[in-house]
Ligand binder design. Structure first.
Ligand SMILES: [Zn+2]
Ligand SMILES: [Zn+2]
Ligand SMILES: [Zn+2]
Length: 363
């Protein structure tokens, strides 16, 4: 970055969860941590010793579901060999003073996303991607109906060692849990409050704002232009049904959120045509990321309204989305201790870089 380039140093308030803010500090000296070079990606197609490669089905727990059903699998679902939440919890809930526990009951499944060992998301066909996201829906639906103690089912993916993937073969995971996780709970609560006040979904408002092209902020006293905001600058990809946005208050430098353009709280209500459209936006967004940061290692996770009675009143205020968080560095003590993430690339610049990738060169 040249010296005459404008530096930013501001705390941005997350519009969905205002208590979660981020410090955008772009000058080199303000960076609290060093950027890590991504570990080389395992791009092999088949690995004989890999339990997730075709032909090694006996090295994993039995198949729970496979896609397509009738032929050789393209996607395979198995139980996690080392579940973080187990099926047969025998321990009772415990309440003693400040020590309160809920039985670690739940389900943990692995979705082997593709037969090709080291394939990246943007290298998969949109049909295949749509099938992966259909598979998440099927598993979520089945798990929600299997046990009413399951309050939330989280579908997520860790890709690359920096993102905590322990097995290099491309896979995602489903964890069904007896509690609603804090991140999601905060989003549900805050968006509900926003709805009570403004009679509008905050996510829909966010999309509207991102799609409005320009805004000018005037100084109240002098009437002079204080700041020109090109709000369209946060949009990275868009098609008929979905939009990929670089959030204004991104915790991670290259974070991207994908949301349906039309209001929808429940991911399970997205039909196959829409999933196809979602897959296009995802594939293009991931191709842009991969090009800009060179071999993206990331976590993505799906946030959707829980199937639990206590959240029935959130269907107008909540809006499902996929959050993609590429890992380019390890959080510092300051970030962990304060909860204030430091983003060293301004989201506007990051969005601009992502948008300017010429996809015709790579797809
Ligand atoms: Zn493999
Ligand atoms: Zn909405
Ligand atoms: Zn979310």
């Amino acid at each position: 970055m040249s010296d005459n380039e404008k530096t930013t140093r501001e705390i941005r308030i997350d519009p969905i969860v205002p208590t979660s803010s981020v410090l955008v500090a772009t000058a080199r000296g303000m960076r609290p941590r060093k950027e890590e070079a991504p570990a080389p990606r395992d791009t092999r197609k088949h690995v004989d010793t890999c339990p997730f490669c075709r032909g090694n089905e006996d090295k994993t727990p039995p198949t729970i579901a496979s896609y397509p059903e009738e032929k050789q699998w393209d996607i395979r679902v198995v139980a996690n060999l080392y579940p973080v939440l187990g099926e047969n919890g025998s321990q009772d809930n415990m309440n003693f003073g400040l020590q309160q526990t809920i039985e670690g009951y739940g389900r943990h499944e692995v979705i082997i996303d593709h037969p090709s060992h080291g394939i990246a998301i943007h290298e998969m066909s949109t049909e295949h991607l749509a099938m992966i996201f259909k598979c998440y829906q099927d598993r979520m639906r089945e798990l929600y109906t299997s046990d009413e103690r399951l309050k939330y089912i989280l579908a997520f993916k860790n890709f690359g060692p920096a993102a905590g993937a322990s097995i290099p073969h491309t896979h995602s995971q489903i964890i069904a849990m007896p509690v609603v996780p804090e991140n999601l709970f905060n989003e549900l609560e805050n968006s509900h409050q926003y709805f009570e006040k403004h009679h509008k979904c905050v996510f829909c408002s966010l999309i509207d704002e991102a799609l409005t092209y320009e805004a000018t902020i005037y100084d109240r006293e002098s009437g002079e232009v204080r700041r020109k905001i090109n709000v369209g600058q946060y949009v990275i990809e868009k098609n008929e049904h979905f939009v990929a946005i670089k959030p204004f208050a991104s915790r991670y430098e290259w974070e991207i959120h994908i949301l349906p353009l039309e209001h929808q709280a429940d991911y399970l209500l997205t039909n196959e045509e829409k999933l196809q459209s979602f897959a296009e936006v995802l594939k293009n967004s991931m191709a842009r990321l991969d090009q800009v940061i060179g071999g993206a290692q990331y976590n993505y996770f799906l946030h959707s309204i829980p199937h639990s009675k206590e959240f029935n009143n959130c269907s107008k205020s909540y809006h499902w989305h996929l959050e993609i968080c590429p890992r380019t560095s390890i959080p510092s003590g300051f970030e962990l201790g304060s909860g204030l993430f430091v983003n060293t690339i301004s989201p506007e610049d990051a969005a601009e870089k992502l948008r300017s990738v010429d996809l015709s060169d790579i797809l």
